[in-house]
Ligand binder design. Sequence first.
Ligand code: CMC
Length: 431
Amino acid sequence: MVEPTAAQLSVDGTVLDLEVERSVEGNDGIAIPRLLADTGHVTIDPGFMNTAACESSITYIDGEAGTLRYRGYPIAQLASQSTFLEVAHLLIHGELPSRAELEALAERVARHMQVHDGIKNFLRAFPRDAQPMAILSGAISALQTFYPDSVGRNVEEVERASVLLLAKTATVIAYLQRRSQGGDYIEPHKSGTDYVEEFLRLTFAPQDGAVEVDPKICRAMDLLLILHADHEQNCSTSTVRIVGSSQATMYASVAAGVSALSGPLHGGANEAALHMFDEIKASGDTVDTFVAKVKDKSEGARLMGFGHRVYKSYDPRGAEVKKVADEVLRELGGNVELFDMAQRLEEIALSDEYFIERKLYPNVDFYTGLLYKAMGFPPSMFTPLFALGRMPGWIAHWREALTDPRTKIGRPRQIYTGAQERAYVPMDARG
Ligand code: CMC
């Protein structure tokens, strides 16, 4: 939505009338398309603290109020009433699916969970203890070479790539875990399966493939995937969009998103939070002394799983994870001691001036590691699980950018601070 002049900017005597793009909810945007041409200036905004890169109708966050909605639906309602594949359809296509649409999607995904032998061999090429996010990124990029009829930009190929990425990423992640635990692959059933149940079977079943997946674990996994499914223009999603803006394939763009997600300030925070709980326990520190270290900053410690660029109140996803962690951990009997420690840490931080002043609250990653560990995932697999959950969001954003007539290749400017022109110095003349 563009409205006539509502802002003005004066630069060295040149006055620019700027249009304001109105949002449906949240921040409006001041458009500066002629800033460089008319004034010779660019803007600088490290970390994009104030900069919108696009319009989007997928996800809405109000960080002050702790609101998160996918396509208008509050996250708490989706968490309690829907399933991951239903949410994937919602994010990618904009509406909740009919029963027939959901069944068709589930069947199509089930049919494509098998991966090509070339991908199986690719995964075997790495040491069993290799960092799985590095392999995952490579495997997703390599997938496109086996399915060349899904790399085009027409409707059918884009739809095919979306289904293949949802289906095959689950299998690749399950295989990564099996290899890291010393096992070999088992084959997906190709029909009539529930996505999350099949993912858990492929991950945890013994070599004969027969296992009864605990419905409570299945539901908890489904919920965790829903909570991670999208989060508007975060670091990995922005990466997907910017790579896609060069007309790179959906696979190449999503593979870049996986790499962005691997960092400890983004998707890697779930693993870092669990290490932090383990270290506090092993070091004999009390939670109070650990919080004092974080506030002191001299050791560079951060309270992992706390703080967020957008949320300045409790992350609504964190609240949902905490509820399910409480139920599942007490029932499975795993990690209760660490869960109690995490809750104590949260309590101290939330009543401490350092955290209050900076509006630092638990985010989605604070409790997820505890849950994943209790389900049987090793810490190195936590971030791949985040990637599996985020897949529908990455796909939805890539597709939204593809069909947005305003999409241009992403190419920021810079403020140059290097040497001015100087003459080349021959080797012998260098001091
Ligand atoms: N522990 C201690 N202090 C913190 C923390 C923390 N977790 N997070 C921020 N601060 C302090 C920071 O030191 C700074 O203090 P000061 O004003 O004195 O310099 C102030 O709060 C603002 O921090 P910032 O780093 O400028 O904030 P940001 O918006 O650039 O960073 C963040 C956001 C998520 C990277 C950061 O809060 C952080 O590093 N958190 C820990 C890692 C984490 O849990 N990441 C998961 C994010 S949610 C899942 C996802 O989307 O991937």
